[in-house]
Design a protein around this ligand. Structure first.
Ligand code: GCW
Length: 837
């Protein structure tokens, strides 16, 4: 149990610059502490002093934490004589052996711990060494938050598997990674310096993650070379003191790719010996190796289906080889084929149940089927994957995604714990009995041997780990929820805020408000009513491109036409997907009257004029939601600005930059989606906002010198569907116009496109007096997937605030191209106070 009780509120004026490396483990000095609440321990007694031991790590961490928080060095003692006010950390067993009085220690589950701060000595005792380390982190988390209460608390994990997955490639890139290159790989091998890996281990252990898959599920067989296995061994050595077991993703075709065989048939004896030999080599170097993660027969990856073997036969081959070593196989359920959209019954959402339900009961006991939370792919809202209800005789784990692949790629603040909660708390009503997803993966509901959680994290070498300080709340919350899914997202968040940004209540309240509003806001301005994220799904998954959902085989269809929209997934008339849930849930989704509005278009195909439970039509809801979502984003900038001086400047500026970007990009999203559906449906916005922009000046209507007007694709991502670029790669362009707005003070927003290929330069003048300038360098500063085109990924806004403009003033923008970035401009918005346009 984590505690959030504050007995001391310290007022902190943090000024030291911070780069994010320590994340929530900063151990910032507590000021104004009423020290009588706490007597610091005189000694830390770590009951195992071998360096690879997590108990030894715990001792060091406690020392470091106490020093940071209280500026006092407490020595670590080898001498186990119990003195009063000692802090003892170790396993329950060691404690009992040494002191003979461990009987008051409660029964603990694997990885659990007991934290007792009540007596004369502080006891942090784990069921195993890892548990002891978790207890040390818990104690430090309390202290760092000013909580000195005397407690005796038993903490057990809800689920045994609490892993993270990294999608790192051997060349050092990370698929869907937005925090810089790999921590693990470079140029086809393992990096020499593993300092950052050790720091990552520390972070992960503090949130009680006990396993990590270090390479991409789209796996490269060269990881299995003898040299790389030695490198893996070095990585495992670095993670071991943190109680983290290392595993790898496998390429199913490795026997042919690197083994010199002509087949990768899982029932072939040569193939089995290949994998046995590899596994033996790995365990020889890494005796506590966690096991394998397998993506088979999915998105072009090889798998057992090639040889008419079932997915279970493929998984069980590995399971049998791993079994003597107690290793596990995480087998992904993300298996689907390309589909034909003209078939009204075709549905990618059905794939997982179609492939896996017939195999229920056929998987070995050390196989865990790893299931993405929704039936499609990490979308902003999806119903729970029905596969959880269809595998009663198979161990399962939920796959979540900390990497915000479809959710703004860490350039948009989206606190994900509330989304994950809708999944974990969802009651699937199997056999009309309580069947929460969290109780299924915890093994409780179907009484399975294994189960748990995996999160795709994709941390990189950026000092912020994920590219964004704010995104780290997601990693923190992931660990907390995997340990205890009944924890509340807001409580978790507030612990994270105090640990990350200090104890000032204004900081806590402001970041809480921003974060708790962030997922609903993102849903509003991206894709709502269950239509998915509406990003460019055939491209980089970042900016808006609603048309990419349809007219292809990927099966993320919206089936939008001029009058109707949504996937009919009913049994009665559609793909039958709703029928793959247990009856109570199936009935709810089958029936339009009982389908919640936020999943309406996931399950039903309706007219744009269909009236929602909320009383609005679908199309008007779209318009309103996109306006409201973007409006909320503008308030985040102001909220963040109210924290200036309360957070160190380095992190303050870093977050401000991203919030400012997000505020602008949310307007791009809003306008793109609204324009797209307005064009498609021809139904105007009742509030007359869509297509009406009274405060905008289109750059194509300015006087242009050296600038050329170009159409933008997709059309909806530019205001008036067009933009301007300089006429050549080497000559500047100038756009001028006399402004006819009433004299007053305005915010001057300029919408431009920041493409990769160069760092163009723009300057803005009023009557030849400089208003401001900027450089198109988002490729250096933002870390999201990039684009060379003028589109929804590159559309950006910069705002110059509080500019005095008199009627008749001449506005001039000079754009200087660089490389292939031809200083593209879209429009200028001249915004009176409070107006968003
Ligand atoms: O949605 C897709 C991602 C791929 C990813 C795949 C998966 C690693 O776009 O980048 O591949 O999901 O989860 O396997």
């Amino acid at each position: 149990m984590f505690r959030a009780l504050l007995v001391v509120v310290a007022s902190l004026n943090i000024v030291t610059a911070e780069n994010g490396l320590n994340a929530w483990l900063r151990y910032a000095p507590l000021q104004n502490v009423n020290s009588h609440h706490l007597t610091l321990p005189s000694t830390i007694i770590a009951l195992n002093t071998s360096k690879a031991s997590s108990v030894y790590t715990a001792g060091l961490e406690l020392q470091k934490g106490l020093q940071g928080i209280f500026s006092q060095v407490v020595k670590i003692s080898n001498y186990t004589h119990k003195t009063s006010s000692a802090l003892i950390v170790g396993t329950v067993d060691d404690y009992s052996k040494i002191y003979g009085d461990g009987d008051d220690a409660p029964d603990l589950d694997e990885d659990g711990f007991w934290l007792n701060t009540k007596g004369d000595t502080i006891k942090i005792l784990g069921q195993n060494e890892r548990g002891a380390l978790y207890g040390a982190f818990e104690y430090l988390s309390m202290l760092a938050q000013g909580d000195f209460s005397g407690i005796s608390s038993v903490n057990n994990p809800n689920q045994p598997i609490r892993w993270v997955n990294q999608w790192d490639n051997m060349d050092g890139s990370i698929e869907r990674g937005y925090g810089g290159p790999s921590l693990f790989f470079k140029n086809g091998g393992i990096v020499d310096d593993l300092t950052r890996v050790s720091e990552y281990g520390r972070l992960l252990a503090s949130i009680r993650v006990n396993g990590i898959i270090i390479n991409n599920v789209n796996a490269n067989a060269t990881l299995l070379s003898p040299q790389n296995i030695q490198g893996l061994g070095r990585i495992a050595d670095v993670f071991r003191p943190y109680g983290i077991q290392v595993g790898i993703s496998l390429n199913f075709a490795s026997p042919t790719a690197v083994g010199g065989l002509t087949t990768f048939d899982p029932l072939d004896s040569g193939v089995i010996s290949f994998w046995t030999n590899i596994t033996d080599q790995i365990y020889k170097r890494i005796p506590d190796f966690a096991g394998y993660l397998v993506k088979a027969n999915s998105e072009g990856q090889p798998g057992p289906l090639t040889y008419n073997r079932t997915l279970a036969e493929g998984a069980n081959m590995f399971a049998k080889i791993l079994d003597p070593y107690s290793g596990v196989v995480m087998f992904r359920a993300f298996v689907y084929n390309q589909l034909n959209e003209s078939d009204w019954k075709a549905d990618r959402a059905n794939a997982a149940v179609q492939f896996f339900e017939p195999l229920d009961g056929k998987f070995a006991d050390n196989v865990v089927v790893q299931i993405k939370y929704g039936p499609i792919d990490f979308q902003v809202r999806e119903p729970v994957s029905p596969l959880f209800a269809n595998l009663r005789n198979t161990s399962t784990a939920v796959e979540l995604q900390v990497a915000q692949e479809y959710l703004g790629q860490q350039c948009h603040l989206v606190y994900l714990a509330p989304l994950w909660k809708t999944i974990l708390d969802f009651d699937l009503r199997v056999d009309r009995k309580a069947s929460k997803v969290s109780d299924i993966i915890s093994r409780e509901r179907f009484n399975r041997p294994l189960g748990g959680s995996a999160a795709v994290v994709n941390a990189g070498t950026n000092t912020t780990w994920l590219g964004s300080h704010m995104a780290m709340s997601n990693l923190y919350a992931y660990g907390r929820l995997a340990w205890d899914p009944s924890d509340e997202p807001e409580d978790i968040l507030q612990d994270w805020i105090r640990l990350t940004f200090g104890l000032d209540p204004k900081v806590r309240d402001t970041i809480t408000k921003m974060s708790m509003q962030s997922w609903p806001a993102y849903e509003q301005y991206s894709g709502n009513l269950g239509l998915q994220t509406l990003t460019d799904i055939t491209g980089n998954h970042f900016g808006p491109k609603p048309q990419s959902q349809d007219d292809n085989g990927w099966g993320q269809w919206t089936r939008a036409d001029h009058t109707t929209i949504g996937m009919d997934r009913t049994v009665a008339n559609g793909t039958g997907f709703s029928g793959t849930y247990p009856p109570e849930i199936a009935n709810m989704y089958e029936n339009i009257a009982t389908t919640p509005d936020n999943l309406l278009l996931w399950f039903h195909h309706v007219n744009y004029t269909h009236v929602l439970h909320s009383g609005k039509t679908v199309i008007q809801y779209f318009y309103d939601a996109h306006y409201s979502g973007a409006e909320i984003e503008q308030t985040f900038v102001k909220m963040w600005e109210s924290l200036k001086g309360k957070i160190d400047d380095e992190r303050y500026e870093h977050v401000l930059y991203r919030q400012t970007f997000q505020a602008g990009h949310s307007i791009t999203w809003r306008d793109a989606i609204n324009n797209f559906y307005w064009n498609l449906s021809g139904i105007p916005d009742e509030a007359k906002r869509v297509g009406h922009h009274p405060w905008r000046v289109e750059v194509e209507s300015m006087v242009l010198d050296g600038y050329t007007v170009v159409p933008v694709t997709p059309f909806e991502t530019a205001s008036n569907y067009t933009a301007v670029i300089t006429s050549s790669n080497t000559t500047a362009g100038i756009a001028t116009m006399k402004l006819e707005f009433a004299s007053g003070t305005y915010d001057l927003a300029v919408n431009y496109f920041d493409v990769i290929g160069g760092r163009a330069h723009w300057q803005v003048y009023l009557n030849d007096k400089s208003v401001g300038e900027w450089i198109g360098n988002h490729e250096d500063t933002l870390g999201h997937a990039v684009s060379v085109n003028l589109d929804g990924h590159t559309a950006s806004r910069i705002t110059f605030k509080g500019i005095k403009i008199a009627k008749g003033d001449m506005l001039k923008i000079v754009g200087t191209p660089n490389g292939t970035e031809r200083a593209p401009l879209d429009y200028v918005a001249v915004l009176p106070a409070g107006v968003i346009d």
